[in-house]
Design a protein around this ligand. Structure first.
Ligand code: UDP
Length: 339
């Protein structure tokens, strides 16, 4: 029987899609999630063991590592609000950088040496060149990005010291939902562009505010690389296989390589839904780089991974099915709870 995989933060957005794919492939998965931002009902496969708790809880982790023979850990659990990281940096350094040290210590003590880490394109800051390769300087411009970059450094040091092999996956803009619309993106508060465009269509918010129209881009709005959450999930499975088959530590981008502007997202959402997005044009949001587009060729070469979805309409369709289906039901009796 293959060894189990511990997935921290497995009840979150990218985590829950990854857990579902791993379970479908017949992998034994144990999810550890604090449920601070995660959702228990995002774990839909009965074969998955769910444990509520923190990655800094040493006694809990020791008990889990004694009970299961974990071949690998996929570590999603983190706070991800860039703005909040600026106003409350210690919360981010505590949760995203300090608490995982306990997890790494327990892994070291139990001999588990494979770690897949949710890193981010925010570790690059404002890139020197587009598309962004992994050799671009990493100069994050906010505590969130720094909290993740420090983890990348810690993982390299653990490789040197005790042979921990890790894959740091630097996500670009995660988007979309499972193909059947059963699970999807559910942050509270929701700050991301695609869900907010769709929330403006359902009336959950009055309008979408476009943050800046004076960037040096063809239509003046920011350009991002939107990557389907199911493609991200696929990459995690490949990263685990890479490590379990003796692969070396790796840091790689996960994106499509396609840049899409805010205005193009709005147009695509209108095309997919047949509805008009109520839009207001506002000033730039502080800290937004004008363009972030991945060069995903390293992940293709080492993990054999490429994004199956490159057209944002393929991300918007399931996101709309989720937004108007299960997610709508989730908030039906709690007005105001999902701004
Ligand atoms: N954006 C926007 N209005 C919103 C949310 C986002 O114009 O209500 C823009 C934002 O300025 C950025 C892009 O959409 O250029 C993607 O933002 P998001 O927060 O989804 O992801 P980020 O790239 O900041 O991680």
């Amino acid at each position: 029987m293959s060894e189990a995989i511990l997935v921290t933060g497995g009840a979150g957005y990218i985590g829950s899609h990854t857990v579902r794919q791993l379970a479908r492939l017949g992998r034994k998965v144990v999810v550890l999630d604090s449920l601070v931002y995660g959702h228990r009902d995002a774990i839909v496969d009965p074969s998955v063991d769910f444990v509520e708790g923190e990655v800094g809880d040493r006694a809990l982790l020791q008990a889990l590592f004694e009970k299961h023979r974990f071949g690998a850990v996929i570590h999603f659990a983190a706070f991800t609000y860039v703005g909040e990281s600026v106003t409350d940096p210690l919360k981010y350094y505590r949760n995203n950088t300090a608490e995982p040290l306990t997890l790494l210590e327990v892994m070291r003590d139990s001999g588990c040496k494979a770690f897949v880490f949710s890193s981010t394109c925010a570790t690059y800051g404002v890139p020197d060149a587009i598309p962004i390769t992994e050799s671009n300087r990493q100069q994050p411009i906010n505590p969130y990005g720094r909290s993740k970059l420090m983890m990348e450094w810690i993982l390299k040091d653990c490789d040197t010291a005790w042979g921990l092999k890790s894959v740091c996956l630097r996500y670009f803009n995660a988007s979309g939902s499972s193909a059947d619309g059963l699970i999807g993106e559910d942050h509270n508060p929701e700050t991301h562009l695609i869900p907010r465009v769709l929330m403006a269509l359902t009336g959950e918010i009055t309008h979408l505010e476009v943050f800046g129209t004076d960037y040096e881009t063809p239509d003046g709005t920011c350009i991002r690389d939107y990557i389907h959450v199911e493609d991200l999930a696929d990459a995690h499975g490949r990263a685990v296989d890479h490590l379990l088959s003796g692969g070396a530590s790796l840091q790689c981008n996960l994106g499509t390589g396609v840049g899409v502007s805010v205005k193009e997202i709005i147009d695509a959402a209108q095309e997919v839904t047949g509805l008009e997005v109520p839009v207001k044009y506002g000033p730039r949001r502080e800290g937004d780089p004008p363009r972030l587009v991945a060069d995903p060729s390293l992940a293709a070469g080492v993990l054999g991974w490429t994004a199956a979805h490159k057209d944002v309409r393929d991300m918007l369709r399931p996101a709309w099915a989720w937004m108007t289906g299960p997610r709508k039901g989730r908030y039906a009796n709690t007005p105001g709870s999902a701004p």
